[in-house]
Design a protein around this ligand. Sequence first.
Ligand code: KG4
Ligand code: ZN
Length: 334
Amino acid sequence: MILGIETSCDETGASVVKDTHEILSNTVEFQDEIHGPFGGVVPEFAARHHAEKIGLIYESALRKAGITACEINGVAVANGPGLVGSLLVGFMFAKGVAAALGIPLIPVNHIHAHIFMPRMIFGDRIKYPHYSALISGGHTFIIRADGELEYSVKAKTRDDAAGEALDKIAHFLKLGYPGGKAIEDLAEKGDPRKIEFPRVKLKDGSNDFSYSGIKTAAFHILTAKTGEKPDVTDLAAAYQKAVFDIFFASLESLMKKEPLPQVVFGGGVAANSYLRRRAADFGHDTGTEVYFPPAAYCTDNAAMIAGLGSAMLEKGKTYKNEDVFSRADYRKLL
Ligand code: KG4
Ligand code: ZN
């Protein structure tokens, strides 16, 4: 029975997972209302809110799982990447629980935990190797998973994450934060062919992507003093299409070089229904199996931390006092 703690960004999460795959509870507190007015996460507020809520969230996770603290065998905690202040709250809380109960502490890489999640949901249907496409407000990666604890990054964003690119335009259009869903809703009513956004192809031949070009182009269109103002639904449709064109161009090129039979999607942006249609078409055209876990397990959650922590504990990967909690350290993990 593993307790998972997640406070990498602006979700405060605690979860109890049994035998690596069975999710007994998954409690999450969102902070959208706190950060909404600022159009993005304010790190200081996020950390303070985690500190305020983490104890209650932990108690709620135990209660929902129907267990007492004494029944926990280990504490897994997200220790990066993420906002340092936010991470520290979760890490110190987890360290305290582990010390008080005399059980192992298992620091877990947040990105690896996202990739592990589909195995908890779909079990052996997810085979190794496969590609994991992780698209959220904080990260955009295509990662090759060769085993439960074996990962290699195949493509990453060079600047903004895909969700961030959607959020920034949504904020400019005063659609609220996070704005990915609002852009999706507007895009359903628009015609993507009305506006052409530039597509950046990186010169170094890598499969990495970049979103700053389309974001700047959108700002130029929206702030132009002359010319006809575009219909906002057409702009949303063209912009959303450009975001996913960039992503699929990278996935297609990767698949040509190193074809794998399955692609598993994750991250908050995986809730997008246009992306899901594009992924289904991609799967159909290339003979690839495509998987989307339920939305609650695509976004940041502590169940994925507990699950991966449990798999790591089985392999003896726990915290040692000489391990240093530093940014440099978790950069090395990817
Ligand atoms: O995984 P997540 O909850 O948090 C992290 O960023 O780690 O992802 C949040 C992101 C935001 O950028 C939000 O705008 C985006 O996911 N998002 C969507 C949709 N729902 C959430 N983007 C596009 N379409 C959606 N339906
Ligand atoms: Zn995440």
